[in-house]
Write a new protein. Structure first.
Length: 397
């Protein structure tokens, strides 16, 4: 292969054997130079692709300047890498939060999270996050934009929990971008103060209320919802745990149920009452497999039927509830189970274990319910201690 010199030092070319560019054979340009004590020969491209001897000389001039000053690229490879970095940075700088959320974050969230979780995140994004951030370059989001989301939700009467959830969605999306190397610096959500949340539901049902609820569900033909409600009230299982329940998880002999994938990421055992065991035995058939409770297509249920809250409304169980924390929802059944245990004199540590709480502090919300039980225990102690003491010693005539 024969290389030809040009009038520009270090710029050479070779001719294509057959292809022409204009009236001349196409020319392929390269640079020959020395940098850091080493000889370099780096290709630039064909004349038919826009390269010329003069353009090649301009490349050479920039490299010589970099070598002379010690600043900037000193080889063509370094120059190309710098150009790639600049283009990549421009691409990252122009990437909007909305595009990243739609194309990257949400698809990954759907693969990693429960369907109801991604639906909730999608809803928060559409209503509150997108108006503020969808067209905002990801790299230019500041705490100020998040404060606006927080303010708008607060002005609309959204609960502190919902506001925190929306901020968490933004935080998780930006953290995902950081993990992919397309976001640099601190997450702006770290610098936004979260509203304080007091969202603990203390409402629980009496036994008569539970029986009325079960009776109403049964009478209206909601058999599966009746059974799900009964299981929640008499085992304290969460809705998600009930949805994930499969027939191999049930031990009829041991009167126990293995709860998989609970909130604290560790499996636990709950125990069946005779009523729960009878309900599960009634549902079981020889060809049963997979989930105990199924949707219409035989898959896992992903939400509680709207019929539950309609039944609550018919029974007027929320008629006197002014605070949203006092309203009966499906999760109230779990609190009901814990409350019944405490009122029956079960110690808080045992309740913690049965409920699958990660810390005792979560269980202590029910501590006040044990006051009457503790008082009765002291009264029994007092009766036993004073039974043999003469009445005159006690000052009783």
């Amino acid at each position: 292969m024969k290389w030809h010199k040009t009038t520009f030092p270090g710029v050479r070319y070779r001719k294509h054997p057959t292809r022409k560019h204009g009236v001349k054979f196409d020319q392929y340009f390269v640079l020959h130079y020395k940098a850091s004590g080493k000889n370099h020969s780096e290709a630039l491209g064909w004349a038919s692709e826009g390269m010329s001897a003069r353009k090649a000389a301009e490349y050479m001039s920039r490299l010589k300047e970099g070598q002379r000053t010690g600043q900037g690229p000193q080889t063509l490879a370094e120059q190309r890498e710098q150009l790639r970095n600049v283009r990549e940075q421009d691409k990252q700088d122009s990437l909007t939060f909305g595009r990243f959320f739609e194309e990257t974050y949400l698809p990954q969230a759907k693969a990693d999270k429960a369907p109801q979780t991604t639906r909730r995140e999608r809803g928060l994004y559409d209503k509150w996050i997108a108006p503020a951030l969808s067209d905002k370059p990801l790299a230019r989001i500041s705490p100020l934009e998040l404060e606006r989301i927080k303010k708008n939700m607060g002005n609309a009467g959204q609960s502190p929990r919902s506001i925190n959830y929306a901020l968490a969605v933004v935080r998780q999306a930006i953290n995902r971008a950081k993990s992919y190397g397309i976001y640099q610096g601190d997450n702006p959500a770290q610098h936004v103060r979260k509203p304080s949340v007091n969202n603990q539901r203390m409402r629980f049902l009496t036994r008569d209320e539970v029986e009325s609820l079960l009776s109403e569900l049964k009478n209206t033909g909601n058999g599966q919802l009746h059974d799900i409600t009964l299981l929640a009230a008499f085992t304290g299982m969460r809705a998600g745990e009930i949805f994930a329940l499969e027939w191999p998880d049930i031990d009829y002999d041991g009167l126990s149920i293995f709860v998989r994938n609970p909130k604290n990421r560790q499996g636990r055992i709950v125990f069946m009452t005779a009523r729960v065991r009878a309900m599960l035995a009634r549902r079981f058939t020889a060809d049963n497999e997979g989930y105990v409770f199924k949707d219409r297509n035989g898959g896992m249920i992903d939400r509680i039927s709207n019929s539950f809250m309609k039944t609550i409304d018919r029974l007027r169980l929320n008629a006197r509830a002014k605070d949203r924390r006092d309203k009966v929802v499906f999760d109230t059944l779990r609190h009901t189970y814990a409350s019944w245990l405490v009122e029956a004199g079960v110690d808080l540590y045992t309740v913690k274990t049965l409920m699958g709480h990660s810390t005792l502090a979560m269980t202590e919300r029910y501590a006040h319910l044990s006051q009457s039980t503790l008082r009765q225990a002291v009264e029994k102690l007092d009766q036993a201690a004073t039974a043999s003491v003469p009445a005159k010693v006690l000052g009783i005539s």
